[in-house]
Design a protein around this ligand. Structure first.
Ligand SMILES: NC(=O)c1ccc[n+]([C@@H]2O[C@H](COP(=O)([O-])OP(=O)(O)OC[C@H]3O[C@@H](n4cnc5c(N)ncnc54)[C@H](OP(=O)(O)O)[C@@H]3O)[C@@H](O)[C@H]2O)c1
Length: 255
């Protein structure tokens, strides 16, 4: 395996965002940039990435580099990591394809794409970085997952099943590293006011803005060192209640 240059102790810390043009990814990049981090933005749309980088630089003065990555092309992951200018201190996956549940019910390829984008791809990438972090003995791996992974619901169970897989993978990684210098953070944002649900009417007390998610992620990764983080803590309670509803009742709720 090729060895990436590591930060020297005097270099600023660095954050790699996979899904650098997603609303949540962008907000996280900006939050860390404002705290002095160097930002590596990865995604599959060069134009949007460049626009995003200019905005982050203008607002924070941080250094931002751009990296091309199609999350579905898992065969490129090893080269993608080898070509980064530095082994990042923190890696965050925030890409997605929520997709259309109805279409996924009858279209095998489409369903597979949702599962790969939300489980296989982030899990494989974070697993590769885990190996690099093991060799360096430090680093933070952050997976943006979802409460949709806590219990399958009729309206989004293909996406939810993929996120459930990601939750288990992140939990396993965290268990593997225990109390070492390598940390793993699972982010379950709840409803977030982003592109896909911009025009959906959602209860305000359950809905966060992307910058609130970013603040929670920053706290969990840097200052408060949390394992699992919700943008709005009420989601922890909502999820716990949903989890204990008996299946015989749950199946009739059609959520
Ligand atoms: N929004 C919510 O309410 C909510 C709730 C819970 C969890 N989450 C999670 O939060 C994360 C971010 O969500 P978001 O709403 O901020 O996302 P978003 O704004 O909808 O953006 C989706 C991102 O995924 C990228 N993407 C899609 N296919 C890709 C591919 N093949 N290769 C590389 N990038 C690809 C898109 O890039 P292009 O535009 O370049 O294709 C875009 O940057 C996701 O993991 C999501 O599951 C969101």
């Amino acid at each position: 395996m090729a060895h990436l240059p590591e930060n020297s102790p005097t270099d600023p810390q660095s954050l790699l965002v996979i899904g650098g043009t997603s609303d949540i990814g962008r907000a996280c990049a900006l939050r860390f940039a404002e705290a002095g981090y160097t930002i590596l933005l990865a995604g599959n749309d060069a134009e949007s990435l460049a626009r995003e980088a200019d905005d982050i630089k203008a607002r924070s003065g941080a250094a931002v580099s751009l990296h091309s990555l199609d999350i579905l092309k898992t065969e490129t992951f090893t080269d993608f990591i080898a070509q980064l200018p530095v082994l990042p201190d923190i890696v965050l996956t925030a890409e997605e394809c929520t997709g259309d549940q109805h279409k996924a019910e009858s279209d095998l390829d489409y369903s597979s794409m949702i599962m790969r984008a939300n489980f296989e791809s982030p899990a494989l990438l974070l697993g590769l970085f885990a190996e690099k972090f093991t060799a360096r003995n430090s680093g933070v791996l952050i997976g943006v997952s979802s409460v949709a992974g806590d219990r399958g619901c009729a309206r989004n169970y293909v996406y939810g099943a993929a996120k459930a897989g990601l939750n288990a993978f992140l939990s396993g990684l965290r268990n593997r590293f225990g109390n070492s210098e390598i940390r793993v953070v699972t982010v379950k944002p709840g409803f977030v006011r982003t592109g896909p649900i911009e025009n959906v009417s959602l209860p305000r007390f359950l809905t966060a803005e992307p910058r609130q998610v970013a603040q929670s992620v920053y706290r969990a990764a840097v200052t408060h060192r949390r394992d699992v983080v919700y943008a709005k803590s009420i989601w922890c309670l909502v999820s716990a209640i949903i989890a204990v509803i008996p299946e015989s009742l749950f199946k009739r709720m059609h959520l």
